[in-house]
Write a protein that binds this ligand. Sequence first.
Ligand SMILES: [Zn+2]
Length: 124
Amino acid sequence: MALIKCPECQSEISKSAASCPKCGKPLKKKSSGLGCLLALILSALVVWGIYESEKESPTSSQIEQMQKLKEPGQSLTDTARRLRRMSKRFNMSLEKIVALDMFYHEQGLTLDDLEKDLLLKNIK
Ligand SMILES: [Zn+2]
């Protein structure tokens, strides 16, 4: 096992020790880079978890579409949530709702217009 010198008491201690067994000084681990990466992965997982928390998770291309669909001042997660709520409410697949919303956006209409239309005539 590799040994290092404790910066505090100079005694030889294991490199893998979290703290010096003699004086108790906590030893720095060379993991700040890994910690950053971990934090990044974690935050990505949190964002993903918002999608995952609901049954049907959007594919990466759907997320790409949602990026285009989101209204100014709205976050992607808001848009994703809203689309998902609508897919449940109108008993349509998320894919279909996204496709419809894309169609509406191309015509300069918004998700509100789509929702109203769905409420009125239940487009299939
Ligand atoms: Zn020590």
